[in-house]
Ligand binder design. Structure first.
Ligand code: KG4
Ligand code: ZN
Length: 345
């Protein structure tokens, strides 16, 4: 069975194609998918001068990119049509989702193939199977500009449980806002990561949000940290002291990595789960990766991190999730299926 995945929830237009072979059974008796095509068009450069993703611009860019991206994916996989289409219906930007879902419906109708509605977050977890094989029961930490979630996954074909999420800013959003404050450009995450490499991570003691004994164990908060960085910069300016951008970047990054990895390992321990999966664009961050490795090794947890290209939004993750869901016996979605911008897992 060939499954096509269509993704348009934020600023990436993705079309991915995988082959699902029910006989290709890996460890634990679960089937795996094989990647055939991974085409992505991004409007990230168009948002740069606004310092963040502009929904209207993202929607228009999807409309221009969706058909050419689809054609490139079909050519790369050397297929005329898939056997099924999986599409992200949420969570994400309302107008952006509409473009991908409308395209998916049109192709499903024209090709007479079934359509399956997917949750974007599940895709970030499922994509790891392409590199690291069948997914055992796991905890997933998803970190990007749009999401910060801790999930409990028992089986990719079944509903996923959300353990916690951010009560304010997403972690990637905090990276982008702090980078903007430090004049590092957009998207700020990669620039901040580079600046931090030259700094001292212990230089400034920034707060670790929601890590107190009375806080929800698996939820996150990054707005206090962002404000603490702003206060630090203001204080330096008031006192006429030069702001050390590398030290601020390194100390901020250390605080984010500390909270994320502490809570992810804690979730594994609480649930007695020994596999942690990372996903989302911000898991490209060097300190989040290294700290996750250190802490998982110390706690006896197996860490699975897809390569950076698969961590950011793409169509392959939706195709892979679709393959698992279809393989699990799901019924197709009606062609009247709506988008769900605020969708939970
Ligand atoms: O998954 P993604 O491509 O798109 C969203 O769904 O948001 O993630 C993009 C986010 C941005 O906030 C970007 O600043 C952040 O991931 N990011 C990073 C790094 N690379 C990307 N954050 C920290 N360090 C990085 N190296
Ligand atoms: Zn995403």
């Amino acid at each position: 069975m060939i499954v096509m995945g269509i993704e348009s929830s934020c600023d990436e237009t993705g079309v991915g194609i995988v082959r699902w072979e029910p006989d290709n059974i890996g460890d634990g008796g679960r089937s795996t998918a094989t990647l055939l095509a991974d085409e992505v068009a991004s409007s990230v450069d168009e948002h740069a001068r606004f310092g963040g993703v502009v929904p209207e611009i993202a929607s228009r860019a999807h409309l221009e990119a969706i058909v050419p991206t689809m054609q490139r994916a079909r050519a790369a996989a050397d297929i005329d049509r898939p056997d099924a289409i999986a599409v992200t219906i949420g969570p994400g930007l309302a107008g952006a989702l509409l473009v991908g879902v409308a395209a998916a419906k049109a192709y499903a109708l024209a090709w007479d193939v079934p359509l399956f509605a997917m949750n974007h977050l599940g895709g970030h977890v499922a994509v790891d199977t392409l590199e690291h094989g069948p997914m055992p029961e796991c905890v997933a930490l998803l970190v990007s500009g749009g999401h910060t979630h801790l999930l409990h996954v028992t089986d990719l074909a079944r509903p996923i449980t959300e353990l916690g999420t951010t009560v304010d800013d997403a972690a990637g959003e905090a990276f982008d806002k702090v980078a903007r404050l430090l004049d590092l450009g957009f998207p700020g995450g990669p620039a901040l990561d580079r600046a931090a490499a030259e700094g001292d991570a212990q230089a400034i003691a920034f707060p670790r949000g929601m890590t107190g004994p009375r806080d929800a164990r698996h939820d996150f908060s990054f707005s206090g940290l962002k404000t603490a960085v702003a206060r630090h910069v203001e204080k330096c300016e008031r006192q006429g002291v030069a702001v050390s951008i590398p030290d601020v970047a390194a100390s901020f990054q250390e605080a984010v990595a500390d909270v994320l990895t502490m809570k992810a390992v804690r979730a594994c321990t609480d649930l007695d789960v020994d596999t942690l999966v990372l996903g989302g664009g911000a898991t490209a961050n060097s300190r989040i990766r290294s700290m996750a490795q250190e802490r998982c090794a110390a706690a006896g947890i197996t860490l699975r991190v897809p390569r950076p290209r698969l961590c950011t939004d793409n169509g392959v993750m939706i195709a892979t999730l679709g393959a698992h869901v279809i393989g699990g016996g799901a019924e197709p979605s009606p062609l009247t299926v709506a988008t769900d911008p605020g969708m939970s897992v």
